[in-house]
Write a protein that binds this ligand. Structure first.
Ligand code: S3P
Length: 429
């Protein structure tokens, strides 16, 4: 469905956003291979996480959804059943890559695939280390693309240096590593989100960290847990950016996960001069959580590069939107990973923002944005990519005249109710 966005004046008020996507996926996966009941509060009912539920249901796991919580009846590490049909992850890269680690250790063969975007995304980054551990994985294009057939096998521990900073690849190897006969040591080139490590430890696994190395010990058994999923900072980011560019804004986003491996967007916007404060900081199921208050102040352009990129990888499209309204130039470097997300997010943002009159150029590893140019409303494409749709919606708030986001409703993948929440807090011009 196409979505029409009218320019906005300010955003004001208090918002609750849906649960964290990364933590929601992991809660189902670990719940499924643990013994006993896992009860999940605040689970994200987005299409991606529902795909994870559907995959584990096909492997015999009883998963019950109530209005308050999701209840997973785990069958233990060896308790998954061979699926009778193809596992379909829809649009979800996290589902396919993390499940590949689990499937590699099972005593059955499975086939896994997803939508047209998933079938274009690189899977060799996961298949290569999993094959080194002993799994047999066959896919299209020399094992690089889904659909993939995974023949599980007894796995051996490996030492592996990730060629790209990716939490999905790291997590896939960790999940295979708990099934392996020896310990597995993973070196990451730069810090990435550590939700798998935090949650696995709470389920009873022994996962250590020494500098940039993650040490995964084989696990005998995991035990089901109660999990409270905080709001997703990647979803909060659209409101953080909106309040940072709309004069007079003052917004409180409640109960947001602020794990330091995810807060690059706050650090980057603060470096540009944004007024963002964390209130009521606390801990929920091992994860840092806070309320985030954002008040409008003018922004200045910066250069964004290096180790901060993986800490805000999904927020770079909306960061680029904020940069359009900063004084001076913003340069984004080292962000080539954006090209292999749900869409090529560098090309998508540059092409669509240009249609709105932005002064923005694509570079091989990022973009160069000249701030301070007025945008005009336009008809823009979402590329069926939820983060492109939401980022363009925020840009449209600052444009002159209404915009249409073609297939803007793909936001349901990670943020059901996005447009409704936006409508509730925005004052129109
Ligand atoms: C995720 C890791 C990131 C991120 C994705 C979720 C995760 O992907 O972009 O939305 O839950 O581990 P990469 O590992 O490919 O960077």
């Amino acid at each position: 469905m196409d979505i029409r966005i009218h320019p906005g004046k300010t955003i004001k008020g208090s918002i609750n956003i849906p649960g964290d996507k990364s933590i929601s996926h992991r809660s189902i996966m670990l719940g499924a291979i643990a013994k006993g009941i896992t009860e999940i509060e605040g689970f994200l009912m987005g299409e991606d996480c529902l795909s994870t539920i559907s995959c584990f249901k096909k492997m015999g796991i009883d998963i019950h959804i109530t209005p308050e919580k999701v209840i997973v009846k785990g069958n233990g590490m060896k308790g998954l059943k061979a699926p009778e049909s193809i596992l379909d992850v829809g649009n979800s890269g996290t589902t396919i890559r993390l499940i590949m680690g689990i499937l590699s250790a099972q005593n059955f063969t499975s086939v896994i695939t997803g939508d047209s975007s998933i079938q274009k995304r690189p899977m060799d980054r996961v298949a290569i280390p999993l094959k080194e551990m002993g799994a047999k994985i066959i896919g299209k294009g020399n094992t690089t693309l889904a659909p993939l057939t995974i023949e599980g096998a007894p796995l051996k521990g490996i030492e592996y240096t990730l060629p790209v900073a990716s939490a999905q690849v790291k997590s896939s190897i960790i999940l295979a590593g708990i099934y392996a006969q020896e310990k597995t040591i993973i070196t990451e080139p730069s810090l990435t989100r550590d939700h798998t490590e935090i949650m696995l430890s709470s389920f009873g696994a022994s996962i250590g960290r020494e500098g940039n190395k993650i040490i995964v010990n084989p696990a005998e058994e995991l035990t089901g847990q109660k999990i409270s999923v905080p709001g997703d900072i990647s979803s909060a980011a659209y409101f953080i950016a909106a309040a940072s560019i709309l004069e007079g804004s003052d917004v409180l986003i409640k109960n947001v996960g602020v794990n330091p491996t995810r807060t690059g967007i706050i650090k980057a916007l603060k470096e540009m001069g944004a007024d963002i404060s964390l209130l009521n900081e606390r801990n929920l199921s091992g994860e840092a959580v806070a309320d985030i208050r954002v008040r409008y102040t003018p922004l200045k352009g910066i250069t964004l590069s290096g180790d901060i990129i993986p800490l805000m990888i999904d927020e770079i499209p909306v960061f680029a939107v904020a940069a359009l309204f900063a004084e001076g130039k913003t340069i984004i470097k080292d962000a080539q990973e954006l090209k292999v997300k749900e869409s090529n997010r560098i090309a998508a943002m540059v092409t669509e923002l240009k249609k709105m009159g932005a002064n923005i150029e694509e570079t091989p590893d990022g973009m160069i944005i000249e701030g301070g140019f007025n945008l005009k409303g336009a008809s823009v494409e979402s590329y069926n990519d939820h983060r492109i749709a939401m980022s363009l919606a925020i840009a449209a708030l600052k444009a002159q005249g209404a915009s249409t986001i073609i297939n803007g409703s793909c936001t349901d993948i990670s943020f059901p109710g996005f447009y409704g929440i936006l409508e509730n807090v925005i004052t129109v011009k």
